[in-house]
Design a protein around this ligand. Structure first.
Ligand code: SF4
Length: 142
């Protein structure tokens, strides 16, 4: 398991799962797969909250287009992680760090994600969901 809840409630999740990832998955996912392949899956992995977003891979969104597997129309786009505020009800700073990390406009020389999505669906605008917590803090980065 991974994500917000397992990151904060790892012991509870380990009652139901073989392994839990705390924090971000990008640093740990290759290790988890390798450990699983070798039969040495650990109970807990720690991915931290400082992954360099310029190294994010473009996700295989086409997997979500298979209507037999998912009932989800919008593409998910993430351009930032973390937050420098500390609102009492919010788990983002504790999970993703207390500074905002930005995904570059053109990682690896490519255009940003919304542009990729529009291009991918050949001229037709495809709906996308901006999966970021702070939409208005630095508009020029989005
Ligand atoms: S992500 Fe939004 S709700 Fe959470 S700490 Fe930042 S400003 Fe507050």
């Amino acid at each position: 398991m991974g994500g917000f809840f397992p990151s904060f409630m790892a012991d509870e999740c380990l009652l139901h799962a073989d392994s839990v990832n705390i924090g971000e998955g990008e640093p740990t996912w290759p290790v988890i797969l390798e450990d699983l392949k070798n039969g040495g899956l650990k109970r807990m992995y720690k991915g931290g909250c400082s992954f360099d977003l310029s190294k994010m891979k473009v996700p295989r969104r086409d997997l979500f287009y298979r209507k037999t597997a998912y009932d989800w129309d919008e593409d998910l786009v993430q351009l930032t992680r973390g937050c420098l505020y500390n609102c009492a009800m919010c788990s983002v700073p504790a999970h993703m760090g207390q500074k905002i990390r930005y995904r570059p406009h053109r990682p690896g020389g490519r255009r940003n994600q919304p542009a990729q999505i529009r291009k991918r669906v050949s001229g037709r605008r495809h709906p996308f969901f901006h999966a970021a917590q702070n939409h208005g803090l630095r508009p020029r980065a989005a």
